[in-house]
Design a protein around this ligand. Structure first.
Ligand code: NAD
Ligand code: 3PG
Length: 411
């Protein structure tokens, strides 16, 4: 499937890859015949992105690039976007859907890296290592067991029991911790973990609270002044999810008052746009806080696997039309299209469109070799395999159907 033909010469299909995604992505694209790759090591500000994306068919990005409605409106050729990470909050998914741009991500490849970091941070914080380390760097020698604890026997509270949260759960139990978790969905508890009935119930019993929820309206400031006050005195807060989930000023106050004994924060409400910009945060002054520059998923293993995973999804969509695991698009898993031409029609999901499409085939006496239809919210995606002699005519007429967002052909 990887070397299937597309109607447009593959060398003309442009991939814009941003934020230094792993070379494994470029290798995969080249191997599949896609050699027109514009590789950029950084994120781009909106104006520059608009300039660069205007003739791109595919774009690859990580968490820093903002794929806004305005950018999408200035990308007339764009058929898909690949987020080489888990989060897709940096993409205006509604605008992408409306413009027929399928969005893919890598939901699993970096989850182990985040879970490992969380366990390491829990151990370091309970031992008081961040402050001891900072002291030693300043020439201090504080040899003392006061305030240093094992994690064995302590309670890990996990908020968001998805791919990452559930792995933290298994690892924490393996280290001898008890696990409680809170999720808006009822989840199968792994091992001896127990699902809490409410966030407050979890906050009241956990020695370490680790956040693993997506960025949503409902998770904005999920942990604010009241939630911090509900946490056990001398407990720890870990956030490697999204910066918007924690009210950072309220956290600074809880650390200042010594209600919390420490924290480990990887993501921030405002993050520097690039590695040359200063990192500004009210948390910088605390020795008992581990601060990391949004690197929870940044390991060589994770990045390489993400490169392969997302590139593969973009290649499949380009070569064959398959949209399996898209986050905003109807999911269709398609067989190979041998000896037929494949028409891919993206349309508004409104009554009458499919009738108009099917009329084209019956009125022109075109035999349909295969038809696959799926809808999602405001968008419909129909794939029609036809005899090669008829694809030109069908394509022309399909583009005229009212409600058409985009239409292309693969042969
Ligand atoms: N720091 C990093 O580098 C890094 C790396 C990977 C992922 N992340 C972030 O971590 C987040 C979680 O990743 P994941 O793979 O575990 O996602 P996931 O979708 O597998 O799990 C998220 C879980 O949160 C739950 N949830 C949603 N809203 C909730 C709420 N209000 N209260 C409690 N639970 C809620 C969901 O039901 C789900 O079980 C991602 O969305 C991403 O933003 C950060
Ligand atoms: O959503 C994610 O997977 C993480 O936030 C990592 O994003 P990054 O690839 O920009 O580091």
């Amino acid at each position: 499937m990887a070397n299937a033909q597309t109607s447009l010469d593959k060398a003309k299909i442009k991939f814009l890859l941003l934020e230094g995604v792993h070379q494994s992505a470029v290798e995969s694209l080249n191997r599949a015949g896609y050699t027109n790759v514009d590789y950029v090591k950084t994120a781009l500000a909106e104006e520059e992105l608009i300039e660069r994306i205007k003739d791109a068919h595919f774009v690859g990005l990580r968490s820093r690039t903002q794929l806004t409605r305005r950018v999408i409106e200035h990308a007339p050729k764009l058929v898909a976007a690949g987020c080489f990470c888990i989060g897709t909050n940096q993409v205006d998914l509604d605008a992408a859907q409306e413009h027929g741009v399928a969005v893919f991500n890598a939901p699993f490849s970096n989850t182990r890296s985040v879970a490992e970091l969380v366990i390491a941070e829990a151990i370091l914080l309970l031992r008081g290592i961040p402050a001891k380390n900072a002291g030693c760097h300043r020439g201090e020698w504080d040899k003392s067991a006061v305030g240093s604890y094992e994690i064995r026997g302590k309670t890990m509270g996990i908020v968001g029991y998805g791919s990452i949260g559930s792995q933290v759960s298994v690892m924490a139990e393996a280290m001898g911790m008890q696990v409680v978790f809170f999720d808006v969905v009822t989840k199968l508890p792994l091992g001896n973990a127990v699902q809490s009935k409410s966030l407050t119930e979890l906050l009241q019993v956990a020695d370490v609270v680790s956040l693993h929820v997506p960025e949503l309206e409902a998770t904005k400031n999920l942990i604010g002044e009241n939630e911090l006050a509900a946490m056990k005195p001398q407990s720890f807060l870990l956030n490697a999810s999204r910066g918007t989930v924690v009210d950072i000023d309220a956290l600074a106050a809880a650390l200042e008052s010594k209600h919390l004994a420490g924290a480990a924060i990887d993501v921030f409400p405002v993050e520097p746009k690039g590695n040359n910009e200063e990192f500004v945060s009210p948390l910088r002054r605390f020795d008992n806080v581990i601060l990391t520059p949004h690197i929870g998923g940044s390991t060589m293993e994770a990045q390489e696997n993400i490169g392969y995973e997302v590139a593969e999804k973009l290649i499949k969509y380009s070569d064959n039309g398959t949209t399996t695991s898209s986050v905003n698009f109807p999911e269709v898993a398609l067989p190979a299209h041998r000896e037929v031409h494949r028409l891919l029609h993206v349309h508004q999901n409104v009554p009458g469109v499919m009738t108009a499409i099917n009329r084209i085939f019956s009125e022109n006496n075109i035999n349909i070799a295969g038809q696959y239809l799926q809808t999602k919210e405001s968008v419909g995606y129909v794939v029609i395999d036809v005899d090669s002699a008829y694809s030109d005519l069908a394509l022309k007429q399909l583009r005229e159907v009212e409600g058409t967002v985009r239409c292309r052909v693969l042969f």
